[in-house]
Design a protein around this ligand. Structure first.
Ligand code: ACO
Length: 333
């Protein structure tokens, strides 16, 4: 069977206009800018405005239009929509179908939502790659879009400082025979022994939201920050080593590393473990905080648009999130 290589045809991102600074948060909970910057590297984050439709699907529509323009494509050229979100717009209809509608796509393309928390977008890229490789599809839209402000407990200083809203997308497609772009290797994993370190249990079918639950504040995210920190560092570094080994490459071959943007200290610790030069690491957690499945595609898009990542560059990507899910990708852009 003939197989095809996968190329990133275009990227796009959209961040809500409203900026929430550390000082703004310090007006509500006992914290301060210096503590937040020293422990996380985060200075500010973006917060969605529903009156501007800065929902996961609304942000994805804007980001996708940018990616389509970059790829010189039209909405109806998309043959499949894969949409990662930890908490999409609503339970039904799925965000991918809502996005199809917002983009004005009339070709009835497939539209699928996936929840793998912060790893969602990195999970979807290998799936899109497999479908392009086998010739099943030629152009797949892969979205990571999150409105974490909607389930952030703004009275809990342990978690509320860490998260923000935003969206990143990439259109993956079939590379021409004379092009070098390709996805070399990928890894997906989940360590469910650590599943209780990051949870939001209310609102699913096992734990419906009740008035008692709301009064007891049980409908918010809970996190064991230090356990997440340790697991994130170890897992992302080992995934990077695995995708490099599987592709027969070394760190010297890598031009850029795009890690999940949860905390600057996690990014630095992964970089140190790997021994990668700091100037090869793409960082924007200072501006946007942790936007879960959106962090990697947003950072990728920014680095492509400002000219750091160029055609032919080898890019290493890694993510980590609740589950505890994780993944790694090595590709030639
Ligand atoms: N402002 C001021 N003080 C605070 C704050 C705050 N916002 N939050 C906690 N503190 C206090 C604590 O109460 C504690 O005080 P104590 O010593 O009197 O008890 C002290 O600061 C130290 O707290 P630690 O939890 O030990 O601080 P740590 O250095 O571990 O940093 C942090 C906390 C930033 C949450 C860190 O553990 C972390 O980033 N973990 C990873 C979490 C993460 O990335 N989650 C993302 C979720 S999923 C994903 O994207 C992978």
């Amino acid at each position: 069977m003939k197989t095809f290589n996968t190329k990133i045809l275009g990227t796009g991102s959209y961040m809500p206009e409203k900026i929430l600074t550390n000082d703004d948060i310090a007006k509500r909970v006992e914290t301060n800018h210096q503590w937040i910057v020293e422990r996380t590297g985060i200075c500010e984050r973006r917060i969605s405005d529903l009156s501007k439709d800065e929902t996961p699907s609304g942000m994805a529509a804007r980001a996708t239009m940018k990616a389509l323009a970059a790829a010189n494509l039209q909405p109806n050229d998309i043959e499949l929509i894969l949409f990662a979100s930890t908490l999409p717009d609503q339970v039904m209809p799925n965000a991918a179908s809502v996005l199809q509608h917002k983009l004005g796509i009339t070709n009835l393309c497939g539209a699928l939502d996936v929840n793998a928390a912060c790893s969602g977008w990195v999970y979807l890229v290998p799936m899109a790659n497999a479908m392009i490789k086998t010739g099943m599809y030629k152009r797949i839209l892969v979205v990571g879009s999150e409105m974490l402000s909607s389930f952030n407990n703004w009275d809990d200083r342990n978690t509320c400082i860490l998260f923000g809203d935003g969206c990143g997308v990439a259109i993956l497609g079939r590379a021409e025979d004379n092009e070098e772009s390709q996805i070399y290797s990928t890894v997906l994993a989940s360590d469910s022994t650590k599943k209780d370190h990051l949870t939001l249990l209310a609102g699913g079918s096992a734990k419906r939201i009740t008035i008692d639950m709301l009064e007891n504040n049980e409908h918010w995210m809970t996190m064991n920050g230090q356990e997440i920190f340790k697991a994130a560092t170890k897992t992302m570094a080992s995934h990077c080593e695995k995708v490099l080994a599987d592709a027969g490459k070394t760190l010297d071959d890598v031009n850029w590393f795009v890690p999940h943007q949860a905390n600057l200290r996690i990014i630095e610790a992964v970089g140190n473990r790997l021994g990668i030069a700091p100037e090869k690491v793409i960082i924007n957690v200072n501006k946007y905080a942790n936007t879960s499945s959106a962090t990697v595609p947003v950072a990728l898009d920014e680095a492509v648009r400002d000219g750091r990542i160029k055609r032919g560059d080898i890019v290493l990507l890694a993510a980590f999130g609740a589950g505890l899910t994780s993944g790694g990708i090595l590709l030639k852009y």
